[in-house]
Write a protein that binds this ligand. Structure first.
Ligand code: ZN
Length: 442
């Protein structure tokens, strides 16, 4: 399917079904910020898109951070005196605090308690906990099961490695016809949770696959990496790309029942912000737009003042805003194909608009140029201009270099598609040109 086709309801539903199947295969893998679970996850994308997988060694400095040791886990459990596993990693990878250091010991229930995490308010859900940067270990369990633990000795095993290795991230680059670039980033570091973060990975794969079937104007980079350390690592290795980035989105959490939520870039009112707000408003989708705050996902890094990129974020319920967030209840049943399909529609349209949007300059700005003699205007006078003719007049009027096509659509009330078609016709007629000076078309 082409990107434009995904804007249609039926095609987006079909793509959502494919995304659901992909989410189902990725779901059991134990992901983290590093390790084989991430590599296996990226491998799942290979039938969808060609992905270049980058392996960055432990200890590599990344601004104020460094790439951590790599974590891999084989098994983990807490067993009672009879050898019965009362907490078992094989049943759910959420049972282990992600990035736990290895442990093999026995201890009393009293000694074990500080290492256990549960949710008294949600006794049937397993919480998801991590400890990336502090060396410790722990288990997460249903509160109901925790209350059943009898006093006595317990065997505690976390059969894991935490040693020098690599951080893995994947990147699919779709070359464009100009030097300008855009990025779509989604995090890959959560184990068996569905909405956060498998919906982001799957929807990004849908979009990248569709983008590869068109010749975009911008070069699009679809990046799949761990939260925070992944986007920092990408930025540190791509500083030469950063000045060319004119748009971008962080995406994730796209399948829960919440309304679509667009979070503006830190700068606000960037071309990305205006494009996404225009698309959400004109699509008639129930949605929310929220201002930037320095809490959330990888938009924090892209929008940090040293980069200040025009990168916004699309999710449904934001981080922490739905009750199943970071618990075992964020499972496959939480993700509705119809919700995914709507996100795919909006993103397909959003990416199309971000790709096509540009400021343009009227090359015949003194008075109205004669459109009739160029075959662009009806030859019989007296009639009101047609919709397309109306769009031509709006583009010419606003093409002073200070308006891009989204600004023209917003100001005129004419659809973006029609403004785009009018701009293309005027360019063809030699009456208009792109005026993004730093962008060279090749
Ligand atoms: Zn999360």
């Amino acid at each position: 399917m082409l990107l434009d086709e995904l804007i249609e309801r039926k095609a987006s539903l079909h793509a959502a079904d494919e995304a659901m199947a992909l989410i189902g295969t990725m779901y059991p893998l134990c992901r983290s910020i590093t390790g084989d679970g991430v590599r296996r996850t990226l491998e799942q994308l290979s039938p969808w898109i060609p992905l270049e997988v980058h392996e960055v060694p432990t200890g590599t400095p990344v601004y104020d951070w460094e790439v951590p040791r790599e974590w891999n886990i084989r098994d983990a459990y807490v067993a009672d005196a009879d050898g019965h596993r009362v907490v078992d990693f094989r049943a759910s990878n959420l049972h282990v605090v992600n990035y736990s250091v290895p442990v093999r010991t026995t201890m009393s229930l009293e000694e074990l308690q500080p290492h256990l995490h549960s949710l008294p308010d949600r006794p049937d859900w397993i919480p998801y906990r991590t400890s990336y940067y502090k060396e410790q270990w722990g288990f997460c369990m249903r509160h109901r099961d925790r209350l059943q633990l009898a006093p006595g000795r317990y065997e505690v095993v976390i059969d894991a490695d935490l040693r020098p290795g690599h951080l893995s991230y994947g990147e699919c680059v779709v070359p464009g016809s100009t030097d300008a670039e855009a990025i779509v980033y989604t995090h890959t570091c959560h184990p068996s949770l569905a909405n956060d973060n498998l919906t982001g990975i799957a929807v990004s794969a849908v979009l990248a696959r569709a983008m590869r079937r068109v010749r975009p104007r911008l070069t699009w980079r679809f990046v799949y990496g761990p939260g925070t350390i992944g986007s920092l690592t990408w930025l540190s290795r791509n500083e030469h790309v950063v000045p060319r980035i004119t748009g971008g989105l962080v995406i994730g959490l796209l399948g829960d029942p919440g309304a679509l939520t667009y979070k503006r870039s830190r700068a606000g009112a960037t071309a990305t912000d205006r494009a996404m707000e225009h698309v959400l408003r004109t699509a008639g989708t129930v949605h929310r737009v929220v201002d930037f705050e320095p809490y959330g996902y990888d938009e924090r890094q892209f929008c940090s003042p040293g980069f200040d990129l025009p990168v916004g974020r699309l999710s449904r319920s934001a981080n922490g805003q739905y009750e199943q967030y970071h618990t075992s209840a964020d499972d496959l049943s939480l993700v509705a194909p119809a919700q995914l399909a709507e996100a795919i529609q909006v993103l397909a349209q959003g990416l199309s608009v971000i790709d096509a949007n540009r400021p343009v300059l009227n090359l015949s700005p003194k008075g109205e140029p004669r459109l009739g003699k160029r075959g662009l205007y009806g030859s019989v006078g007296g009639n009101a201009p047609s919709g397309f003719e109306h769009a031509l007049l709006w583009v010419l009027s606003l093409a002073d270099g200070g308006h891009d096509l989204v600004a023209m659509a917003e100001r005129s009330g004419v659809s973006f598609d029609r403004i785009l078609a009018a701009a293309a016709a005027l360019e063809q007629a030699g009456l208009l040109r792109d005026c993004e000076d730093r962008i060279r078309t090749h």
